[in-house]
Ligand binder design. Structure first.
Ligand code: C2E
Ligand code: CA
Ligand code: CA
Length: 482
């Protein structure tokens, strides 16, 4: 350009313009690129985060679990995996709505964070399920201590904007490498411990142990035998009388399943029913047992009712209910003579569906009884929303009734509750005359326990009914007031 030649001048201008344009393009592209990186980072953050609680989500939890395990295997390190599940959360959601449910989850995340230190990875795995990974060589005592602290934190009431709710949390832990050496197995074991504690000691924490290992093997063998069994032949029923202490007569029998396995011998229902539920075999069992129970009841006097236990899967779908209805209709037993028992825990799995299914059954004319009452959560808040006719007070309250005043108070208030709600009330598990007398004094009328009769085979029922003298009469009223 300094030479003043027009051609060079034009070339110079051209070059300058191109340079400016290129710098401009470079700057905008680099800005877009930086934005893209930011977006990608944000995307991956969101993809790995639970938006409600701001905790890592399921995906990140399992990514980390894989990573930790690889690390631990390489460096001979130990660590712990845990699963937390809220007890009573479903009913909070059902009764108070999802907004309240969300608040409970947010607050749960906050409480978990508050009691966890640096070396802990917390995640929300979905629903009311949380995951934990504890770094380092943590002793059993430390794990238990941490678990207890979580339980305590979750037990204290949740003061939300419009209500106060009370739930609890159960926790299962599994240690690496004892409980498993793959991420999947390790988590499965923590989950097993969790389900175990939920069934046996809700609101507590437990570490996967050798006993669990043995139990898993037993479960597997029960499941295998159940699958190979000729259930029509091997299943039978025992019948336990339910006694009306005012009318002084047997008013019903509860049908209790018995399984005489060819390979395992007699297996108690507490053991094979849960296996059948988990292995998805329960519907078939229920149908066989119900048919048998009703065939027996058909031979009894009209005034004697039959009580039959349904499991959670039996009230889980329209098909299952239809099948039960068909069996009842074909049985020749009037539906009005039949009580179907469901447990609170079964209903709580899916309150709305369960309650719909019960309504369908009730429309047929059968009565519905709530079994093991008092052992679940927030019982009182939903009892009136279920189509119930009867409540059965769990026998755990009766064991100590002679010595524990608070047991008497609890039973008394449950009896009063039934009266107020116009529900019949059966008390379970009295084994002695003294217990029966106290219960009668508290206003109890219908009773089912070893004192009035143990479960008996079908062919013993007519004799038992005939010999009413066998049934302890004159259960005197005693006052336990004061
Ligand atoms: P459940 O429905 O609460 O049945 C009552 C259980 O308490 C029976 O145990 C009965 O023998 C026992 N029992 C009754 N009175 C007393 C007493 O005074 N003292 C003591 N210690 N126990 C007493 P069983 O027959 O072993 O049944 C256990 C559980 O298995 C039942 O508890 C029920 O949950 C389940 N079950 C039994 N039969 C069936 C069935 O046909 N279907 C389903 N889904 N579950 C069943
Ligand atoms: Ca029952
Ligand atoms: Ca019961």
């Amino acid at each position: 350009m300094s030479l003043g030649r027009p051609t060079f001048f034009a070339m110079g201008v051209n070059l300058a313009l191109v340079s400016v344009a290129m710098v401009y393009i470079l700057i905008t592209h680099s800005r877009d690129f930086a934005n893209m990186i930011r977006l990608a980072e944000e995307n991956s953050r969101l993809a790995n985060l639970d938006v409600l609680t701001n905790l890592p989500n399921r995906r990140q939890f399992f990514d980390k679990l894989h990573e930790w395990l690889r690390n631990a295997a390489r460096n001979d390190k130990r660590f712990v995996v845990g699963g937390v599940d809220l007890d009573g959360f479903k009913s909070v959601n059902d009764v108070f709505g999802h907004v309240t449910g969300d608040q409970v989850l947010i607050e749960t995340g906050r409480r978990l964070k508050d009691i966890s230190n640096e070396g802990v990875l917390l995640a929300r795995l979905g629903g009311d399920e949380f995951g934990i990974i504890l770094e380092g060589d943590v002793s059993e005592a430390q794990i238990n201590d941490y678990g207890e602290r979580i339980c305590t934190a979750l037990r204290s009431p949740f003061l939300l904007s419009n209500v106060t709710v009370q739930i609890a949390g159960s926790i299962g832990f599994a240690t690496y490498p004892e409980a498993g050496t793959t991420p999947e197995l390790l988590f499965e074991r923590a989950d097993y411990a969790l389900n175990h504690v939920k069934q046996h000691a809700r609101g507590r924490s437990v570490i996967f142990s050798r006993e669990h290992e043995i139990e898993i093997r037993q479960f597997a063998s029960i499941e295998r035998c159940l699958r190979n069994a000729d259930l029509d032949r091997e299943l039978s029923l025992n019948f336990q009388p339910i006694y009306d202490v005012v009318r002084q007569e047997v008013v019903a029998f509860e049908a209790l399943a018995r399984w005489d396995s060819r390979e395992l011998g007699r297996v108690p229902p507490d053991e094979f029913i849960p296996v059948a539920e988990r292995a998805d075999l329960i519907n078939n069992l229920t149908h066989i047992l119900l048919r048998k129970a009703l065939a027996c009841a058909r031979t009894w006097p009209e005034g004697v009712r039959i009580s039959f236990n349904l499991s959670v899967r039996d009230i889980g779908s329209a098909e299952a209910i239809l099948k039960i209805i068909t069996i009842i209709e074909n049985s020749g037993v009037a539906p009005e003579r039949i009580d179907l028992e469901v447990t609170e825990t079964a209903l709580m799995r899916d309150f709305n569906k369960g309650s719909e299914c019960l309504k369908a059954l009730k429309a047929l004319g059968v009565h519905i009884a709530l079994d093991d009452f008092g052992t679940g959560y927030s019982s009182l808040s939903y009892v009136h929303r279920l189509p119930l006719d009867k409540i059965k007070i769990d026998r755990s309250f009766i064991k100590e009734i002679e010595t524990q005043e608070n047991c008497r108070d609890i039973v008394k208030s449950m009896i009063d509750l039934c009266r107020n709600l116009k529900l019949a009330c059966v008390i379970e598990g009295m084994e002695t005359k003294e217990q029966a007398e106290i219960l009668r004094g508290l206003g109890g009328r219908m009773m089912q326990g070893y004192y009035f009769g143990k479960p008996m085979p079908a062919d013993a029922v007519p004799g038992f009914l005939a010999a009413t003298d066998q049934v302890p009469a004159n259960c005197a009223i005693v006052s336990v007031a004061g």
